[in-house]
Design a protein. Sequence first.
Length: 78
Amino acid sequence: MRKKLIELRKGNNLSQEQMANFLGISRAFYGMIETGKRNPTLNLAKKIAEIFKVDIEEVFFENSCNEMCQNRSIIIAK
């Protein structure tokens, strides 16, 4: 999650402060989400995905989904 979240934020030229403002949270709390020290609520995760116009799973569950899908021989089209 951390790597994807940072990648999306930086790829859109956004600072942690800007993300925090969009989400209505403190920059410190947002930073903790990026470092994995805190987990976002479902509503907050949904807002983050909406900001980047991606599915929530793409940001927060990508590795878990890929591992699970590979174990079941499911092909994910991207």
